[in-house]
Design a protein around this ligand. Structure first.
Ligand SMILES: C[S@@+](CC[C@H](N)C(=O)[O-])C[C@H]1O[C@@H](n2cnc3c(N)ncnc32)[C@H](O)[C@@H]1O
Length: 226
């Protein structure tokens, strides 16, 4: 069995990148360029980024995540697939581990997507302290948009996945029949992301539907220099 398909990795480290990697690669391909230096922010085990390398959509890749275990697995996958020479691996909070000298022409991400996971929701209990879904108050996003500019080449494109960015509440069906929201946002996330990008010299150029899962819409925001 492939490392990334073992039950432990799927249950504890996969943040849905296994399902998103091919649709994501299709969106990267649509940009009509071969990128020189790609960065997967909040990479986990790096499935999205490594798919771009395998499909020859980028030349080099940088992976960074706060979870050392995820990066350890990313290293193992890269070694198996003889991709190690093309990847820089970092462990750290947000962008803190990325050297100032590293610049990117592509940033991709499936970051934590939920603002205030509800403890009353049966999945909420399960994921309350899980690093993968939680970005309480959008603190991680806020800091990312304030600091990523220093790592962007002039023609850089960022493709950032977001869950239901036009909705203040996100609902997931649960077999128990629970009907309350899983996530509650204080405003539609697009308003927050527009504010964060515009105040940091960036603009959301395009928003496209990537896929839907269990009736929940997953979009990609294309962000470039303003
Ligand atoms: C939704 S998961 C996505 C993982 C992977 N990109 C995928 O698609 O499966 C979000 C990732 O963000 C990481 N993360 C959470 N908080 C972080 C932080 N403060 N700095 C860096 N990474 C963080 C988690 O460890 C997790 O791997």
């Amino acid at each position: 069995m492939l490392i990334e398909e073992t039950p432990y990795v799927r249950e504890k480290l996969d943040g849905f990148g296994s399902a998103l990697k091919h649709p994501f690669a299709a969106v990267v391909k649509q940009q009509g360029r071969r990128f020189q230096s790609a960065f997967e922010w909040c990479s986990g085990i790096g499935e999205i980024g490594m798919t771009l390398l395998r499909k020859d959509l980028c030349t080099r890749l940088c992976l960074s995540d706060i979870n050392p275990e995820a990066i350890k697995i990313a290293r193992e996958i890269a070694a198996r697939d003889e991709l190690t020479d093309k990847i820089d691996f970092f462990v750290g909070n947000n962008l803190s581990a990325i050297p100032a000298s590293l610049k990117f022409d592509l940033v991709v991400a499936n970051p934590p997507n939920y603002f205030n996971i509800q403890p009353a929701h049966p999945f909420g209990k399960l994921y309350a302290n899980d690093l993968r879904p939680n970005d309480r108050g959008w603190k991680l996003h806020e800091e990312f948009y304030a600091t990523i500019g220093a790592h962007l080449l002039p023609d850089a494109v960022m493709l950032i996945e977001e869950v239901e960015p036009y909705k203040k509440e996100v609902f997931f069906h649960h077999p128990s029949g629970y009907t309350g929201p899983y996530d509650v946002r204080d405003e539609i996330p697009m308003s927050a992301f527009e504010r964060m990008t515009s105040k940091n010299g960036l603009k959301i150029k395009d928003v496209s539907l990537l896929t839907t899962s269990d009736g929940v819409a997953i979009y990609v925001l294309k962000i470039v220099a303003a």
